[in-house]
Design a protein around this ligand. Structure first.
Ligand code: NDP
Length: 246
């Protein structure tokens, strides 16, 4: 299997961390970014101890210049970008009546604009390479919307919409760039840590405690999509825990 250069946003915990570790084990070269530099350093060290290759940068996905710097660092270190995983995201859920406007803004900025800025940073490079793969982390919440998850769901519906259009644009242009949407259900990560509304934390917390599955399961889906031959694009993967009903 060809070793690929894989950039992962939000690689300091959860799904991003699991992807970094699994893909490094598979022989890919990893470029990680997030805001918590110490966490990235530890993950990079653990990858290198096992013989893998990884670099990291402190970067915020809501800053377009920082996303360009991440792309540049990948080119400087490894010479190309084969895969870019737009994974960074947050989920401070609450009912609309609670008026948590700052949290709405933050979700729009990170979950939607972060995906756009990441795509901006890598797409032209991939077009020049005549191949590449953008993987966007959507959610089951990008298919169904429930009380409390209106804004989070809206951001993930948006990620699904833009992934679908981008896939069509790249297919039409015959650019060789593949787009994959991964839509997980409940995954055991730090995602609930930004919930400030006690009611939402209680209900989401008990749902996750009974249902959530390991982040490694999502990383395996990402690995599967990357590993498909260039003429085959895994358009979307929906990964629900076996016990998750909706
Ligand atoms: P975590 O909270 O464990 O990870 C979120 C990651 O995003 C962290 O690495 C965090 O790093 C990073 N991040 C947040 N804000 C920014 C920012 N502004 N700039 C750069 N990085 C940022 O949760 P998950 O691993 O679960 O979440 C990863 C993705 O998976 C998200 O998009 C989430 O919506 C999605 N998802 C998760 C599901 C779940 O049940 N866990 C289900 C469906 C989708 P740092 O704080 O260091 O910046």
């Amino acid at each position: 299997m060809k070793s690929k250069v894989v950039v992962i946003t939000g690689a300091s915990s959860g799904i991003g961390e699991a992807c970094a570790k699994l893909l490094a084990e598979k022989g890919h070269k990893i470029v990680m970014c997030a805001r918590r530099e110490e966490r990235l350093k530890e993950i990079a060290s653990s990858i290198r101890e096992k013989g893998g290759e990884a670099i990291y940068l402190k970067a915020d996905v809501t800053d377009i210049l920082q996303m360009e710097e991440v792309a540049q660092a990948a080119l400087t270190e490894f010479g190309r970008i084969d895969v870019w995983v737009n994974n960074a995201g947050l989920m401070p859920v609450s009912e609309i009546i609670k008026d948590k406007v700052d949290e709405w803004d933050r979700m729009v900025d990170v979950n939607i604009k972060g995906v756009l800025y990441g795509t901006h940073a890598c797409l032209k490079i991939m077009r020049e390479q005549k191949e590449g793969h953008i993987i966007n982390m959507g959610s089951v919440a990008g298919h169904v919307s429930n009380p409390g998850s209106a804004v989070y769901s809206a951001t993930k519906f948006a990620v699904r919409a833009l992934s679908d259009a981008l896939r069509k644009e790249e297919a039409q242009a015959k650019s060789g760039v593949r787009i994959t949407l991964i839509a997980p259900g409940a995954i055991d990560t730090e995602l609930l840590s930004t919930i400030t509304d006690p009611d939402a934390l209680q209900s989401t917390g008990s749902f996750y405690a009974s249902t959530a599955i390991p982040a490694l399961d999502v990383a395996k889906c990402v690995d599967f999509a990357i590993d498909m031959p260039p003429e085959a694009c895994v358009d979307e993967v929906i990964l629900r825990p076996t016990l998750q009903v909706h």
